[in-house]
Design a protein around this ligand. Sequence first.
Ligand code: G3I
Length: 465
Amino acid sequence: MTVPAARRTRRRMASIATGVLVGALLVSGVGGASAADPAQGLKDTTPFKAGVAIDQRETSGDAARVVTEHFDQVTAENHMKPDAWYDGQRTLRIHPQAAAIMDFADTHDLDVYGHTLVWHQQTPAWFFQTATGQPLSTSDADRAVLRERMRTHIFGVARLLSERDGLFGAGNPLTAFDVVNEVISDGAEPDGLRRSEWYRILGEEFIDLAFRYADEAFNETYAAPGADRPVTLFINDYSTEWDAKRARYLALVDRLLARGVPVDGVGHQFHVSMSVNVSALARAIDAFADRPVTQAVTELDVPTGNPVTTAALDAQGAYYRAAFEVFHARKDHLYSVSVWGLNDSRSWRAADGAPLLFFDDLTAKPALQGALAAAPAPAVSVAVSSRCVAGRVVLVVTSTNLAESPASIAVQSPFGQRHATDLAGGRSVAHAFSPRFSSIPGGVVAVTTADGEHASTPYPAAACS
Ligand code: G3I
């Protein structure tokens, strides 16, 4: 089973902050301790997908603008949960809000992270009842009934989504699903599992079944021909930042993997507070780092507490920066990092004090600035453009993040090497080469810093009429 690495399925490349230019050498220093341009979207600063939990309210107006600027993945906060798929007559159908989210994602080239196929909450009571409304027993017949209900639900969800948005792996925006949610017990149980109705009737096997049904439905039956497991299948839980619960989580995942259950990813909800040291978040991700799974931060929120003072908001900004620094340092293990809501009043934890990245007027909080500032300065980069000056071709070479060290800029072309050295140093430099020609063939521009960092890029032929 191939485990999807952190991937960029539908996102533009991070924009390169560029210096300003033309004529002679210009050095434009970049202030601040991070490379992220405040005007950059969060998604442009993260090597993993940046996600947000939404409902229909965030699919239009200013909220939609902010979502598309900062995120490249969305999670349905409520409208893909088990009960959301059934109308009053128990008929399976796509909830109108889930449809709105799928349409929004498709229109704006976002990925959708499904939440959640099997859960002890928000599941219709009749799932666990006989036709006459009695609780299902653990008889073979009743267990068979519940297995079939689970399979029918999972296949029905996959069918409905693929019928409206295409087969998975062929343009359908849904690329991941929480297959099971919160199956680990909060207290010590011999097997570490929550005593839910799923567990009472089917035992631990219900988790195996959920993943096997989901893999068959999303990655075989409704997958595009030739698509390689297009939907990443996650187990998801909260309080994984706490050692005891995480140990139960890891033990279950190891049992599932040992049984060949197709678990692709491990989700950490991270509904935390500022009293939780971010080292606990690091330990949670590190605990699974050597397992054949990817991971996701699925529901991050961090309340300030009350009253919500300026100092508390600034402290929250520092916390989000430290948390995202943990995530950046573990980028190779992270499929995505999602916050559980866009603006503070939309949070299920709003009463605990401003948990999210945006104020209710959708302006950025220190929390967002902190998440942006966590982005490490990218290695030196170079961009080149050409323009005509007095009928002659001028190559404009722009490089950034020279880390205050001088750099040599070389233009390789059929006319031979041309060099320039930025004596002034500086985080960003631009240089104009003025060949004596009205047309030049293509070539390569390279930048080498005094620290030995290197970047190069080809440039196309150019001509001035
Ligand atoms: O849609 C109904 C509405 O018709 C009705 O008038 C209203 C009042 O009863 O309730 C509305 O449903 C509410 C739903 O959110 C949509 O707003 C439910 O009562 C309410 O319980 C539900 O809360 C959600 C909660 O999960 C339970 O499903 C929260 O919004 C949601 O943020 C929260 O998210 C969970 C994750 O799914 C799993 N991890 C924990 C996280 C926080 O609990």
